[in-house]
Design a protein around this ligand. Structure first.
Ligand SMILES: C[S@@+](CC[C@H](N)C(=O)[O-])C[C@H]1O[C@@H](n2cnc3c(N)ncnc32)[C@H](O)[C@@H]1O
Length: 362
């Protein structure tokens, strides 16, 4: 795709602003957020020519990389339809850029955006609010067709001036050069941080950011709990879940937190070992002495996209609880040993240990 004729390009740029205005407005109902994402997808697909996985079966594959699954270009497109997620990421990004611009009006804000997919929504929509003098992007995309698709968008809409660098490569291994990056934004994850390489990518990129930088999401926290899924879904088709079921939940505590503070602290503590770390320690859990019907070990994914902007449970596939039915029913006193593995199949691994009854106590 070459550049669109100027009137058509300006019409499309106007559309981006209209859709962006819907998405960044927290008062908008979810139906309009969904409609805005659908309109945006239609425009972008027409420009880059990559079909969405919703319409093209053969676009639903996942590629196994050394550091986790890489979703197909079509899948990457369809994740944009997770409308509350897309809207909240955009709101936090636009607010972070505005804040930096207000504090340092002479500084061009540099954004690091790994995994833009063919749609590159957090690049394309930001152009509706800021000029190339105000913001610049470095992007890294693993999938060749996604990389090519995003490049066609950039050409069609003549957004080249916004791009400092766009590399076809692996963001887990990327070494940043050029202007220091002030904002890191990425959504390369599933619930429980399983499968995809969000953790490994943030682990690599966060220590490379400029001081006083922002990361989006601001904090991802995994918590352990006990639930009774049958009661939670009793009589309801989805969210909101049944109150009686929710009342049975028991929190067992934090499994891990992925944020700037944690990564920087670890990087400073073990600078040599840091890059090679394959496991991330997490605490073990002991089931409480009294358990109701809530006997299913469950992982909760709590995402603060910005410091004050949470992607709540039920708002996105990313925050759906992971009911671990593969772990046997939990009984009082059970130990659940836990580890977060990086590497080709990232995610939490659990070992369930039921202490045997003992007669001898010393
Ligand atoms: C869930 S999609 C997100 C697409 C888009 N940024 C959005 O939020 O709508 C994740 C993207 O990350 C890319 N990706 C996955 N692993 C990667 C890696 N190691 N390095 C760079 N890109 C990666 C995938 O190819 C995919 O385009």
């Amino acid at each position: 795709m070459t550049a669109l004729p100027t009137p058509e390009r300006d019409r499309r740029r106007g559309h981006l602003r209209q859709l962006g205005d819907v998405l960044i407005n927290p008062e908008e109902p979810v139906e309009r957020l969904r409609a805005a994402c659908a309109d945006l997808e239609e425009i972008l697909i027409e420009l880059h020519g990559v079909p969405s996985a919703v319409t093209a079966e053969d676009q639903r594959y996942r590629h196994a990389s050394d550091f986790g699954e890489v979703i197909s270009p079509g899948y990457a497109i369809s994740t944009m339809q997770d409308a509350i997620r897309t809207a909240k990421f955009l709101r936090v990004l636009v607010a972070a850029i505005r804040k930096r611009r207000a504090e340092r009006p002479d500084e061009r804000v540099h954004i690091l955006y790994p995994g833009p997919g063919p749609n590159a929504p957090f690049f394309i929509l930001a152009t509706a609010y800021f000029s190339p003098e105000e913001i610049g992007y470095t992007m890294i995309e693993y999938m060749q067709e996604s990389f090519d698709g995003a490049n066609r968008l950039i050409q069609a809409l003549a957004f080249e001036e916004y791009v400092n660098d766009f590399q076809h490569g692996d963001a887990v291994l990327y070494k940043h050069a050029g202007p220091p990056a002030h904002i890191l934004i990425a959504e390369i994850m599933q619930q429980g941080l399983r499968g995809e390489p969000q953790f490994a990518i943030f682990k690599n990129l966060v220590p490379q950011l400029a001081e006083d930088s922002d990361i989006i999401p601001f904090r991802i926290e995994l918590r352990a709990g006990l639930t009774d899924p049958e009661s939670e879904f009793k009589g309801v088709k989805g969210y909101p879940l049944a109150a009686a079921g929710l009342a049975l939940r028991q929190d067992l505590g934090r499994i891990l937190v992925l944020d700037q503070e944690t990564l920087i602290e670890r990087h400073k503590r073990e600078p040599k070992k840091y890059a090679r770390l394959q496991d991330w320690e997490t605490p073990d859990f002991k089931a409480p002495p009294v358990i109701s019907n809530a006997t299913t070990f469950t992982v909760f994914t709590i995402i603060h996209i910005g410091e004050d902007v949470e992607l709540r449970e039920g708002e996105s596939g990313l925050t759906m609880p992971l009911y671990r039915r593969d772990i046997p029913v939990i009984a009082p006193g059970d130990d659940i040993r836990c580890k977060f593995k990086l590497g080709a199949t990232p995610g939490l691994v659990f070992e369930h240990v039921r202490p045997r009854m003992r007669i001898l106590q010393d």
